[in-house]
Design a protein around this ligand. Structure first.
Ligand code: NOJ
Length: 561
C-alpha cells in the first residue's frame, strides 16, 4: 500500500459558529479559532476541517452559500482568515475547507439572476422544470421536510432543492457552472488551502427526467434518493474535477456520501480512478434508526450490527480504497450519549469508543468537543432549538400531522443536530468561556463539570487519552497500514479485532456495556511478547489475558510480537 500523508493524519472538525467567539456577539468566529490553535496543537491533530465560513444568509448555518469567495461577516474578514491559515501552518496544521457545491444559497448572485427569466444567461445554472398536472414536477421529499421543488411565480416554474428551499441545487450538467466551480476551488487552493471536505458530493448528478419515486403508501412526498445519489454522471464529474483541479495540488479530499456502499466507496477512492481520497459513509450512523425509515424513528443499537457494518467497510476497502473514521460531526448526536454512557461511565465509555475507532484503518476525524466527552443536550422547549432540519420536522409532525409533542421531542433529544452544535465548553465561567455575550444557541448546562480547561489539567482526562491515541498512530505504522480482522463476530457485548503488519499484531478489546463479560481468547495466536499499548483502566500486566473479566466499558490494546 502506498504511504500518503493524508493516510497518516488525524483531522479535527471545527463548526465555527459554536467553537469560540472573540468579539462578544455570541457567535463563534475566525479570530476565536486562531486564539485556540495552541489547544489543537497540544491535542496533536495535524489537519483542521473547517465547516463553511463563506458569505451566507445562514438558513442552514453556512451550508447555504451566497458568495464562495468572501468570508461571512459574522465570522470576520478575509484578513482574519489569512491570519488563521498562517498561524495554522506555523503550527504544522493543515486546513481543509468545506466545499458545498451541490447547491448554493437562493441569495447567491447566480440564483438571483437565474430566477429573473427563462432566457437569463444564468437560468441554466439551476434546475428549473414546469409543474406536472398543476403539481410539483416529481413527488420527492426534501431532506428538510416538504417537497424538493419550490414554485416561483416570475417564470411559472419550479426549482429543485434537495435541502431547504433556500438551497437550490446547482445544475452540474452545465459545463459553464462546472468551470466556475473549478475556478473557485483554485482560488482557495492558490491561497494555500490544503484540501476539501465535499458536502453531499454524490448528489451532484441527477437522473434526467426527474421521475416520481415509488410511493406504495400514497404519501404526499417520498425520498427520491435513487434519482440523485451516485447518479449517472457522478464519476465523470469527479474525474473531471480531479483532472482540472485536485490533481494539480498535494491535498486531502473527502467526499460526504450518504447512501454509498463499500463497492461504490472503492470506485470513488481507488488511486487509479483519480477521483477522491476517501468518503464519509453513513451506514454505521443509521444503525440506531428503524430500517427503511428516517433518522427520527429510533431503535437501540445492536453491537453485532455495528461490528458487521464497520467490518464490511474495513475489509471492503482494504488495499483498494481508503476509509475515513468518525463517530461525530455537526450533523450527528454526541457519541458518548449515543453509543456510550454519558452518566456514571462518561469518561470511561468515551475513551472506549475512541479506542475502538482510532485503532482501525482509515483517517480518523475528531469533532470539536468529542475530545472532552461533550454530551447531548435537552432543551425544555422547541423554541430553544435552532436547526432548520429539527424545526421543520417538528412543525410537520406536530402542527401538520398532530403527533404527540413529547414523542417528537424524544427523537430530537436523541437525534437532533443541535446536540452537536452547543458551544464548546472551554471552562467553568459564564457561558462556558465561549462568549462574553449571549450565545446564539444555549450552552449545555453541564459545562461546570465538562470543560476543556479541566480536561487539559487532568492527565487522566478524555483529552489526554485522545492525545495518546494520536501519538500512537504517529508512532506505529501498524495502526495506519495494518490489516483488520474481526474476532468474536457474534458477541453482543465485546468488540474485538486485530490489526496485522508483518510479524506484528495489535489486539483491540472493547466492552460496549456496563456489564462485566468474560473475554476468552482461546489461545488463538502465537506470540512471544505482549505489550499493553493503551487502556482506559489500570491493568495488571501479569494478568493472563486469554481469559479475563472486562470491567464496564473497558478498552485495551495489546501489541503481540
Ligand atoms: C450535509 C451537511 O453536513 C449538513 O450540515 C447540511 O445541512 C447538508 N449537507 C446540506 O448542505
Amino acid at each position: 500500500m502506498e504511504r500518503k500523508w493524508w493516510k497518516e493524519s488525524v483531522v479535527y472538525q471545527i463548526y465555527p459558529r459554536s467553537f469560540m467567539d472573540s468579539n462578544g456577539d455570541g457567535i463563534g468566529d475566525i479570530k476565536g479559532i486562531t486564539s485556540k490553535l495552541d489547544y489543537l496543537k497540544e491535542l496533536g491533530i495535524n489537519v483542521v476541517w473547517l465547516s463553511p465560513v463563506y458569505q451566507s444568509p445562514n438558513d442552514d448555518n453556512g451550508y447555504d452559500i451566497s458568495d464562495y469567495q468572501n468570508i461571512m461577516d459574522e465570522f470576520g474578514t478575509m484578513e482574519d482568515w489569512e491570519e488563521m491559515l498562517a498561524e495554522m501552518h506555523k503550527r504544522g496544521i493543515k486546513l481543509m475547507m468545506d466545499l458545498v457545491v451541490n447547491h448554493t444559497s437562493d441569495e447567491h448572485a447566480w440564483f438571483v439572476e437565474s430566477k429573473k427569466s427563462k432566457d437569463n444567461p444564468y437560468r441554466d445554472y439551476y434546475i428549473w422544470r414546469p409543474g406536472k398536472n398543476g403539481k410539483e414536477p416529481s413527488n420527492w421529499e426534501s431532506a428538510f421536510s416538504g417537497s424538493t421543488w419550490e414554485y416561483d411565480e416570475t417564470t411559472d416554474e419550479y426549482f429543485l432543492h434537495i435541502f431547504s428551499k433556500k438551497q437550490p441545487d446547482v445544475n452540474w450538467e452545465n459545463p459553464t457552472v462546472r468551470r466556475e466551480i473549478y475556478d473557485m476551488m483554485k482560488f482557495w487552493l492558490d491561497k494555500g488551502v490544503d484540501g476539501f471536505r465535499m458536502d453531499v458530493i454524490n448528489f451532484i448528478s441527477k437522473v434526467e427526467g426527474y421521475p416520481d419515486a415509488s410511493n406504495p403508501e400514497g404519501k404526499k412526498y417520498v425520498s427520491g434518493h435513487e434519482y440523485f445519489m451516485n447518479g449517472p454522471r457522478i464519476h465523470e464529474f469527479l474525474n473531471e474535477m480531479n483532472q482540472e483541479v485536485l490533481s494539480k495540488y498535494d491535498i486531502i479530499t473527502v467526499g460526504e456520501m450518504p447512501g454509498v456502499t463499500p463497492e461504490q466507496g472503492i470506485e470513488y477512492t481507488a488511486e487509479d480512478r483519480n477521483e477522491l481520497q476517501m468518503v464519509f459513509q453513513f451506514e454505521h450512523m443509521d444503525l440506531d434508526s428503524q430500517p427503511g425509515q428516517n433518522k427520527w424513528a429510533l431503535k437501540p443499537l445492536q453491537l453485532t450490527d455495528l461490528k458487521k457494518s464497520l467490518t464490511k467497510w474495513q475489509k471492503g476497502l482494504e488495499g483498494k480504497g481508503w476509509n475515513s473514521l468518525y463517530w461525530n460531526n455537526h450533523d450527528q448526536p454526541r457519541i458518548v450519549s449515543r453509543f456510550g454512557n454519558d452518566r456514571e461511565y462518561r469518561e470511561i465509555s468515551a475513551k472506549m469508543l475512541a479506542t475502538c475507532l482510532h485503532m482501525m484503518q482509515g483517517t480518523p476525524y475528531i469533532y470539536q468537543g468529542e475530545e472532552i466527552g461533550m454530551t447531548n443536550v435537552k432543551f425544555d422547549t422547541i423554541d430553544e432549538y435552532k436547526d432548520i432540519e429539527t424545526l421543520n420536522m417538528y412543525k410537520e409532525k406536530v402542527h401538520e400531522n398532530g403527533e404527540a409533542p413529547e414523542k417528537v421531542m424524544a427523537s430530537i433529544y436523541t437525534k437532533g443536530r443541535d446536540n452537536a452544535r452547543t458551544p464548546i465548553q472551554w471552562d467553568d465561567s459564564e457561558n462556558a468561556g465561549f462568549t462574553t455575550g449571549t450565545p446564539w444557541i444555549k450552552v449545555n448546562p453541564n459545562y461546570k463539570q465538562i470543560n476543556a480547561k479541566q480536561a487539559v489539567e487532568d492527565p487522566n482526562s478524555i483529552f489526554h487519552y485522545y492525545k495518546t491515541l494520536i501519538e500512537l498512530r504517529r508512532k506505529h505504522d501498524i495502526i495506519v497500514y495494518g490489516t483488520y480482522d474481526l474476532l468474536l463476530d457474534n458477541d453482543e457485548q465485546i468488540y474485538t479485532y486485530t490489526r496485522t503488519l508483518g510479524d506484528e499484531k495489535l489486539l483491540v478489546i472493547c466492552n460496549f456495556t456496563e456489564e462485566t463479560p468474560q473475554f476468552e481468547l482461546k489461545n488463538r495466536f502465537e506470540f512471544t511478547n505482549k505489550e499493553l499499548v493503551t487502556s482506559n483502566y489500570n491493568v495488571n500486566l501479569d494478568e493472563d489475558f486469554h481469559s479475563f473479566k472486562l470491567r464496564p466499558y473497558e478498552a485495551r490494546v495489546y501489541k503481540l510480537t
